[in-house]
Write a protein that binds this ligand. Structure first.
Ligand code: PMP
Length: 352
């Protein structure tokens, strides 16, 4: 058909399954705990009449709360509909040159999709065979750099020294550090934003704050970068965040104790799960996140994935070279992980 030549065609990102039935859901790195009770309070008392009005286009209530929380100024904060929205806006804003941007060959697969949809040339920089990112590999001409730290789906974190080396050696590029999982481990690059105006750090409330369904993400960086981001955002869609999301984001930040307690529980369960998986013959990069990327020599990850699914345990399986030898297992409650380990034990005895 003739109109098709004018259509932008891309291979889209494939999100993990969201089954409607109640299953043990360990496939999209969500929190197994409810959000803070303060979030429930805000939602219950939300004034529906106020929805007649547009939400704040600059997301002021939330940028103000985030600035206070992270000890930065309000014009160093940018808020979006999950960090996917924030990152996509960053790609559109900061990667508009002709030189290829750089990101690891094994990382969040959305980076490649945004590069494709915005027509940004890119080079995938190989990780080592231990899934390590080598800062010196980013010492080459580029139009920008993005990486997740800790990385996904490997779960591995790079030292702050390594992150700083990349930023320092690329003063002419914007460097985006995607810290979706930093609440669970690794070192944040946030202390560096006051020293490097080419650094942008992105965060999410979807994981440790248990708000994936609300869609709240944000970026922190120099005032200059945040201004450029806002200019593009206001040129695409000025009302991104809805009013309930803004209120919920603020409420979550007000309950630091709950955030710390639930995060600590997830970390403790992760460490327990690592031990159990080791005993069952799995190996994995040392995870600093709320998931474990595990493989077992001689065992088909795909079969294991299917068999677990039949038992209503959903983990993530990626059908692509190297990754297809692994299962990415989100850390659920202690009880859920005990069930998983029991089922794995039974399956490995019987079928593999
Ligand atoms: N970055 C990484 C590395 C992720 O794994 C995810 C979650 N899929 C995101 C960003 C996006 O998270 P959200 O849009 O829910 O904030």
């Amino acid at each position: 058909m003739s109109f098709e030549k004018n259509i932008r065609t891309v291979v889209p990102y494939t999100p993990g399954e969201q089954p409607q039935r109640r299953v043990i859901k360990l496939n999209t790195n969500e929190s197994p705990y409810a959000p803070s009770p303060k979030v429930a309070e805000v939602l219950h008392s939300f004034d529906a009449d106020s929805l007649r009005r547009y939400p704040q286009p600059d997301c002021h209530v939330l940028t103000e709360a985030l600035a206070a929380y992270h000890h930065v100024e309000e014009d160093q904060v940018f808020v979006g509909v999950g960090s996917d929205d924030v990152l996509s806006m960053c790609f559109l804003t900061f990667f508009a040159g002709e030189k290829p941007i750089l990101f690891p060959d094994i990382t969040y697969s959305f980076y490649e999709v945004w590069a494709a949809v915005y027509r940004i040339p890119f080079i995938k920089v190989p990780l080592t065979d231990q899934f390590e990112l080598r800062p010196e590999d980013y010492r080459r001409e580029n139009g920008g750099i993005v990486f997740a730290n800790p990385n996904a789906p490997t779960g591995k974190a790079m030292s702050l020294t390594g992150v700083e080396q990349i930023i320092k050696e690329n003063p002419d590029s914007v460097v985006i550090v995607d810290e979706a999982y930093v609440d669970f481990g690794g070192e944040s690059a946030l202390p560096l934003i006051s020293r490097y105006d080419n650094l942008l750090v992105t965060r999410t409330m979807s994981k440790a704050r248990a708000l994936a369904g609300m869609r709240i993400g944000y970026a922190l960086g120099s005032k200059k970068l945040i201004r450029y981001l806002n200019d593009v955002k206001f040129s695409v869609n000025s009302y991104t965040m809805n009013a309930p999301s803004l209120a919920v984001g603020v409420a979550s930040l007000e309950d630091e104790r709950y955030f710390r307690e639930t995060t600590a529980k997830t970390i403790a369960t992760r460490e327990w799960t690592k031990e159990q998986l080791k005993k069952l013959g799995f190996f994995f990069p040392d995870s600093q996140t709320n998931f474990i990327f595990a493989s077992r020599p001689g065992t088909s990850a795909e079969r294991l994935f299917e068999q677990l699914k039949q038992r209503d345990i959903y983990v993530r399986y990626f059908r692509q070279p190297v990754l297809d030898q692994y299962l990415r297992i989100t850390i659920g409650t202690q009880q859920e992980m005990e069930t998983l380990i029991r089922e794995l034990e039974t399956l490995l005895k019987k079928n593999f």
